[in-house]
Design a protein around this ligand. Structure first.
Ligand SMILES: [Zn+2]
Length: 90
């Protein structure tokens, strides 16, 4: 499966180009199976929830709008997921 130029949730360890999330310093492979890893069109992967938080904050700044928080390249549309389990399990 080609992942070029698409930002998406990944769950295959072979799709990871960086093992460590540049935001949380988590090992991303442990988050793959909970659909909590996003790979951006630039190739960098992040903890999904940490990325969304950073993305939301960065969207208030016109200079960082729609850019990868790590390499600042422009990124394609972000898939939004609502994790019901996360919402229900308090
Ligand atoms: Zn990047």
């Amino acid at each position: 499966m080609k992942l070029k130029n698409v930002s998406q949730i990944i769950n295959n360890v072979n799709d990871l180009e960086n093992d460590i999330c540049p935001i949380t310093y988590d090992n991303l492979s442990q988050h793959l199976f909970s659909n909590n890893v996003i790979k951006l069109s630039c190739g960098h992967s992040f903890n999904y929830r940490a990325f969304i938080k950073s993305y939301t904050i960065n969207n208030k700044n016109i200079y960082s709008y729609k850019k990868c928080p790590y390499c600042f390249s422009n990124i394609s549309k972000i898939p939004l997921i609502i994790n019901k389990r996360t919402l229900c399990n308090k």
